[in-house]
Design a protein around this ligand. Structure first.
Ligand code: NDP
Length: 456
């Protein structure tokens, strides 16, 4: 309503690619009123689950039909390699299909109470749900929240991050065609500090599902407490990558590279602290750096590229400051860390992934979420002491451990205070499985059947 706009940028070239409406409090109010009306007056929440499922299946088909355009949009706006964007858009469509299939197998309980009669639980929608998402996986995260919120009968307001508003707008464009009734799905583009804040504070919102930084999560939780809004928070991480000497160390090292440097390290699950058993420490570091050297950092639109630029020059400079901090703290910069400015890198927010050796878990570079391509490799000799250090952060989101000893894998996985942990794998996110953090990494679980509980 203000008529103001802001620029969406391409971080590979540092040039604007679109002008986007800058919503203020009046737009948020209009969106919430539209959602409120759609929820309170129906018919969306009252439709049979199978009818809402049919709309979501159609939505998924439309995403697949436009997959290449959405992936191109995502890559141009986020700097994400096009192969990653294609995977994430496909994953977004699958997420709609998963929840379309799940909703007809989702039910309450009958409870044998102690007096005559029938007691049962119903899974009912929260009402108006706000979904606030970050810039690192904009399309994927929007789908993770929007699909389960819609299929359970909520009306939804999506707020994408200011750096990356464009792929979310694709969802808006496809929604009406898919058959989502007017008012049921709304999108607000604008700054978190004003539009986001107005959404969180709005009395017409019943539920907030947020993914972003822990500090923002704290603020949102405090504000939501004012009128007891339901909250789900997916926050930061500082995840471990534990390598035991009995693992296939070469395999572990080579498969760990994208586990920390994928998405240019802008990943809440980035395994940014490697704990490597002393006897294989040098072998791991050598193989890891060798594999990093072979990993292609380049133009995100080139299908061969594995690591693109960071989302902005600001974020790149922030990471560079952490690399300088690590050197001041006494860690050894064994590889990379330099800002790339020549040739194809000249205009973009590029930085070469950095590997620190001789790092300790107490250093700030091991404690703070850098959100960029920086790995600290920390040696260990004793399992108990290593687990104490692994758990010695405020976060607990993800991680991996590598061993060929099954008993050790089960024992250690249980003791690591992380929401998810991969064994001999750098994966931790599956549409079908719950995902979320311990400690200050968040509250509640996205994805899987747990994602439906979030919105009921
Ligand atoms: P932010 O917390 O800065 O922003 C996330 C979203 O919240 C954006 O849409 C932002 O808008 C909005 N926002 C900011 N301030 C407010 C506010 N006061 N009220 C309401 N909304 C607000 O995080 P980043 O975008 O920097 O994302 C990176 C972070 O996300 C990292 O810490 C990362 O670990 C975490 N993350 C966690 C994941 C998980 O599942 N646990 C997954 C992916 C990322 P705007 O962009 O306009 O500021």
């Amino acid at each position: 309503q203000s008529g103001e706009t802001f620029e969406a940028m391409n971080p590979a070239l540092t040039e604007p690619i679109a002008r986007v409406a800058k919503a203020g409090a009046a737009d948020v109010d209009a969106a919430v009123k539209a959602a409120r009306k759609a929820f309170d007056e129906g018919p969306w929440p009252d439709l049979p689950a199978s009818r809402r499922a049919a709309v979501l299946y159609k939505f998924a088909d439309l995403i697949r039909e436009h997959a290449e355009e959405i992936a191109q949009t995502e890559t141009r706006n986020v700097g994400k390699p096009i192969s990653d964007s294609r995977d994430e858009v496909g994953g977004g469509a699958y997420c709609f299909e998963y929840y379309a299939g799940a909703i007809t197998k989702y039910f309450g309980e009958t409870i044998p109470v102690s007096k005559p009669g029938l007691d049962y639980t119903l899974r009912v929608p929260c009402g108006v749900a706000a979904a606030i998402v970050p810039w690192n996986f904009p399309f994927a995260m929007a789908c993770w929240k929007v699909a389960p919120a819609l299929v359970t009968g909520n009306a939804v307001i999506l707020k994408p991050a200011s750096y990356t508003p464009l792929s979310a707008l694709w969802l808006g464009r496809l929604a009406l065609e898919a058959g989502i009734p007017e008012g049921v799905f709304n999108i607000i583009t604008g700054p978190g500090s004003t539009a986001g804040n107005a959404l969180v504070a709005h009395p017409g919102v019943d539920k907030i599902s947020f993914t972003g930084e822990t500090t923002t999560g704290t603020q949102i939780m405090k504000q939501a407490a004012e009128d007891i809004k339901r909250v789900t928070l997916e926050l930061g991480g500082k995840s471990p990558n534990i390598v035991f000497a009995d693992a296939d160390v070469e395999h572990a090292a080579r498969n760990s590279v994208l586990g920390v440097f994928g998405n240019c390290g802008q990943d809440c699950c980035a395994r940014s602290r490697a704990f490597v058993e002393q006897s294989v420490y040098d072998q791991f570091v050598e193989a890891f750096i060798d594999q990093t050297r072979r990993t292609i950092v380049g133009d995100p639109l080139d299908p061969a590229t594995q690591i693109g630029p960071m989302v902005s020059l600001h974020q790149r400079d922030h990471v560079r400051e952490y690399i300088q901090l690590g050197q001041r703290e006494g860690a050894t910069l064994a590889y990379g860390g330099e800002v790339l400015t020549e040739g194809i890198y000249a205009k973009g927010a590029y930085i070469r992934p950095a590997v620190f050796t001789r790092a300790t878990n107490e250093m700030r570079i091991s404690q703070e979420e850098i959100f960029g391509p920086v790995l600290n490799v920390i040696p260990f000799t004793d399992e108990d002491e290593m687990i104490r250090q692994v758990n010695g952060t405020r976060y607990g989101l993800s991680g991996s451990l590598w061993t060929n000893n099954l008993a050790r894998a089960l024992r250690v996985a249980r003791r690591v205070r992380s929401g998810v942990l991969g064994v001999n794998s750098s994966s931790s996110v599956f549409i079908e499985a719950p995902f979320g953090g311990f400690k200050q990494s968040g509250i509640g679980r996205d994805l899987g059947m747990a994602g439906l509980n979030n919105f009921t």
